[in-house]
Write a protein that binds this ligand. Structure first.
Ligand code: KG4
Ligand code: ZN
Length: 339
């Protein structure tokens, strides 16, 4: 079975083709121009997706040595994400499904990330403890099968990636902030400043808003202007902040490992590219004698291969979507939830 995947939820247009489990193509076109504005501008994002989506699908087909008629299943991200951006990829995919008379699956972007570990050579085993860390979401999940996802915890305010991006802005680094903070941290002392880790009623929930505010307070208290912060000091702030985020993520993951009998652990989403986080969760998994699956960098950030894979797993579970599916901005109810 040849599956076409289209992803356009935020600032990456991506198209992929899977032939059963083999990735024939996974093209990612990043909209780097948002960096000039310090964040993603939704309208500019939609326009850029519109220009690139068809040429990118054509390129994926060419790279895979396939024609449109060889595609058996069409999948696209329906949400969560920017409505205008989602609309572009989703509408294009629905148009293809209609004209080719092929089945269509509308994929939840977060579910795409959750199962992205299956794109790796070594596959996760269920039940799988999944830590999803992206720009918009932070979730701790007990994934029992392809159709049973139990949510243990979520963020009560900012997502981990969002916190990286906001602190990066405070230090006048460019967008996206995660990679900038990681690089600055390499030359910093992570024990220099003690930033707090939130303790919440639900031991699996996360909160990064207080941490973000304490970084801001620290900067305001110690420097009259961001331009006065020496590079060495910026590196220390970045490293201490990064340590606090990773500690918060690891603390809840360890709690879940103590209470849920899982076979594997998977770290996914854009922030899963973070080296310190990758190292710490690998150490934790060794301590608990669990298999750890972390996608390679290409599959941590937004990509269409994970959308095609998720679409395929739903199709195999018997799902097929109507072409009336509409895009949705937030995770809300649109989530494969078993409770
Ligand atoms: O999953 P993703 O590509 O897009 C969303 O679905 O949100 O995640 C993007 C997020 C951004 O906040 C970005 O700053 C963060 O992932 N990120 C990182 C790193 N690389 C990307 N955060 C920390 N360390 C990194 N190396
Ligand atoms: Zn994402």
């Amino acid at each position: 079975m040849n599956i076409l995947g289209i992803e356009s939820s935020c600032d990456e247009t991506s198209t992929a083709i899977l032939s059963d489990n083999k990735i024939l193509s996974n093209l990612i076109s990043s909209q780097d121009f948002h960096a000039d504005y310090g964040g993603v501008i939704p309208e500019l994002s939609s326009r850029a997706h519109m220009q690139i989506v068809k040429p990118l699908v054509d390129k994926s087909l060419k790279e895979s040595n396939l024609k449109l008629g060889d595609i058996d299943l069409i999948t696209a991200t329906a949400g969560p994400g920017l409505i205008g951006a989602l609309l572009v990829g989703l509408t294009y995919a629905k148009g293809l499904a209609f004209s080719l008379n092929k089945p269509f699956i509308a994929v939840n972007h977060i579910e795409g990330h959750i199962f992205s570990g299956f794109l790796m050579e070594e596959k996760p085993e269920f039940p799988m403890l999944s830590l999803v860390v992206s720009g918009g979401h932070t979730l701790l999940l007990n994934v029992k099968s392809f159709t049973e996802i139990q949510q243990l915890g979520t963020t009560v305010d900012d997502a981990a990636g969002e916190a990286f991006d906001k602190v990066s802005k405070m230090l006048s680094f460019s967008y996206p902030g995660g990679p900038k903070i990681q690089n600055a941290s390499k030359n910093g002392d992570e024990d220099k400043i003690k930033f707090p880790v939130a303790e919440l009623k639900n031991p699996y929930n996360f909160s990064f808003s207080g941490l973000k505010t304490s970084v801001l307070r620290y900067i305001q208290k110690n420097f009259s202007d961001v331009n006065d912060i020496l590079e060495k000091e910026k590196n220390n702030i970045a490293a201490s902040f990064q340590k606090a985020v990773v500690n918060a993520l690891m603390q809840n993951t360890e709690r879940a490992l103590n209470n849920y009998d899982v076979k594997s652990i998977s770290l996914v989403g854009g922030v899963a590219a973070n080296e310190k986080l990758r190292n710490e969760i690998t150490l934790l998994s060794k301590r608990y004698d669990k298999t750890i699956i972390i996608p390679s960098l290409e599959f941590c950030g937004d990509n269409a291969a994970m959308i095609a894979f998720r679409g395929k797993s739903l199709y195999e579970a018997g799902r097929q979507d109507s072409l009336n599916v509409k895009p949705y901005p937030s995770l809300g109810e649109n989530y494969f939830h078993a409770g």
